[in-house]
Ligand binder design. Structure first.
Ligand code: NOJ
Length: 569
């Protein structure tokens, strides 16, 4: 656990830690040594390759397109690009159905294009993370073709096959995340196979050592090529119950909710055996220098943190999606940060996410004004931030006409607002046709306001969202207190969220107004203001005295505090 202690005692024990206020549940996070890993101090930027830049005019983004944008990425101030899957795939789930783990889908380019992209990113000091999809393959993967060819095939046990129930129905009640039963009948071999998602995405059998070895080799293939690590798809799903027990009903299920939520996925997710699988993935990555594993895990905090692993031998960054799920009000967010910091294992490095390709855009969820506040929170909390492409220019959900829906989840489970297309639309580069995305009608529609909401316009506007993100990312580089410093909550009320990030050398005070009314904050409890480093308004209009701060609606600020003198308490 992080060091949770009484503030006064803490001061007595070590004067280097200073008391900033009497937060009742203060969590003192340790001061981290100077030897930070790049994935601790850095910022990850998620690119959805289909939607970033289309260099070959087929309406779908590609690797050469991404290469054209690297100056933009480098100038933005991020450190690593995470590319959603780029491997050969029938694209039933837009690449999360991999047909060959060691190649590049033709629509995205070639292995040479990838190597070239890697060279060019490295030249700019950027890294690449790939998306590793270990839970399932495509049904077009040669492994599955072999597995389904006959019961006696040597790869039969690479997937989860089971006889029918006595009535001929599925072996148990397990449900697919993408609607209906998770079991698909195979007429030729007279058994069912299990799929957590689409029937075109059969689940691999991670109890089979040959599968484990083959999937480890996939990691090594890309690590040898020079990738900096992986985001791991649905990491908490890899192992299922070996007794195939029925999942119990979910007592909180309400009619109208997607069927998948009618059960508690006790026997299909987060099984105890998963921890060993994760530790072994980490051991493979540790054969190489300073690489990172980021785990996609949608679990409650207390279970999420288990994925740091015993003795931190799990994934370095189990994705923390709590900002996506917590109501956007100051008290809820403050409580969340406290709970998260307190739940982290000793030495476990935090991380934060505001958006991704599976969730609504932050600008649509909290509104344009609060999206600026959210950006400041994302980039000033302790831990590695992951930034979703387009959020830095304030892209919002794009409504998708019914006849243009692409997402298989929306098609399988219609009418439940599960569609993910609205947050996957093409990046808005400029006001040229197709928003500068490419020379062809794109695979998803472009936002109606792309002429006003794009990189080119925001680049020229010193108060734009893009200017705000660039400034925040610059400040993270300039101030170790923001990238690596400790975190201390500060008591605040109403719509204000407040905390201090500090090193021995500096203290930065962050206050965010999550409300639409002006608010005041008396600084006595934290110290004296030295200077205003940044306001989300970017206009020089923030009213700050040495002892008092007047925040405008939807304003968040970073204030440098007068450093404590060596013997001040
Ligand atoms: C999680 C991915 O983020 C999502 O896009 C995908 O549909 C599922 N995993 C299945 O791979």
């Amino acid at each position: 656990m992080s060091q949770r202690t009484d503030a006064a005692l803490y001061l007595k024990r070590d004067k280097r830690y200073f008391l900033l206020n009497n937060h009742p549940t203060a969590v003192f996070t340790p001061i981290v040594s100077a030897t930070a890993h790049w994935w601790q101090s850095g910022v990850i930027y998620q690119i959805y390759p289909r939607s970033f830049r289309d260099a070959n005019a087929d309406g779908i983004g590609d690797l050469r397109g991404i290469a054209e944008t690297l100056d933009y990425c480098a100038a933005l101030g991020i450190d690593a690009l995470w590319l959603s899957p780029i491997f050969p795939s029938p694209m039933a789930d837009f690449g999360y159905d991999v047909a060959d783990y060691s190649g590049i889908a033709a629509i995205f380019g070639t292995l040479e294009d990838f190597d070239d992209l890697l060279t060019q990113t490295t030249r700019r000091g950027l890294k690449i993370l790939l998306d590793y999809v270990p839970n399932h393959t495509s049904n077009q993967h040669p492994w599955f073709a072999a597995s389904r060819s006959s019961r006696g095939n040597s790869k039969r046990d690479w997937y989860l096959w089971h006889d029918a129930a006595p009535d001929g129905g599925p072996p148990n009640n397990w449900l697919s995340n993408f609607g209906g039963s998770a079991w698909e009948w195979d007429e030729a071999t007279q058994q069912y196979y299990y799929h957590s998602f689409l029937k075109e995405q059969p689940d691999l059998n991670w109890r089979n050592p040959e599968v484990v070895a083959a999937m480890h080799e996939v990691l090594r293939f890309w690590l040898r090529r020079g990738v900096a690590g992986f985001r791991i798809d649905v990491l908490w799903l890899l192992i299922k119950d070996d007794q195939w027990r029925d999942n119990p009903p979910n007592p909180d299920y309400k009619p109208g909710m997607p069927l998948f939520h009618s059960q508690h996925p006790l026997y299909t997710t987060d099984r105890p055996e998963n921890q060993d699988i994760v530790a072994r993935l980490r051991a493979v990555v540790d054969e190489f220098d300073d690489r990172v594993l980021v785990g996609e895990i949608y679990l409650p905090l207390e279970r999420l943190v288990a994925y740091y692993g015993k003795d931190l031998r799990g994934v370095q960054l189990p994705f923390n999606f709590q900002l996506l799920q917590t109501p956007w009000d100051a008290r809820s967010i403050a409580g969340l940060i406290d709970r998260y910091e307190a739940a982290l294992p000793v030495g476990g490095w935090p991380n934060w996410v505001l958006g991704n390709h599976d969730n609504p855009r932050i600008a649509s969820r909290v509104g344009a004004a609060q999206a600026r506040v959210a950006g400041m929170i994302l980039l000033t909390l302790r831990g590695t931030p992951t930034l979703y492409y387009g959020d830095e220019i304030g892209m919002h959900n794009v409504p998708i006409p019914a006849d243009q829906i692409q997402d298989p989840l929306e098609k399988n489970v219609p009418g439940k607002c599960l569609g993910r297309d609205p947050s996957r639309t093409p990046m808005q580069w400029d006001a040229s046709p197709h928003a500068g995305f490419g020379d062809h009608d794109p695979w998803l529609p472009i936002a109606a306001d792309a002429n006003e909401n794009n990189v080119a316009i925001e680049d020229r506007d010193p108060r734009s969202m893009l200017s705000l993100y660039r400034r925040l990312l610059e400040l993270r580089r300039q101030h170790a207190a923001l990238s690596m410093g400790s975190y201390q909550p500060v008591v605040a009320t109403g719509a204000l969220l407040a905390y201090v990030r500090y090193t021995l050398a500096e203290q930065l005070f962050i206050v965010a107004n999550l409300g639409a009314q002006p608010a005041e904050f008396a600084l006595q409890s934290v110290g004296r203001a030295q200077s205003l480093l940044l306001s989300t308004y970017l206009d020089g209009g923030t009213h700050l005295t040495e002892s008092k701060l007047f925040l405008r609606p939807d304003e968040a600020v970073i204030i440098a505090l007068v450093p404590p003198t060596p013997d001040s308490p």
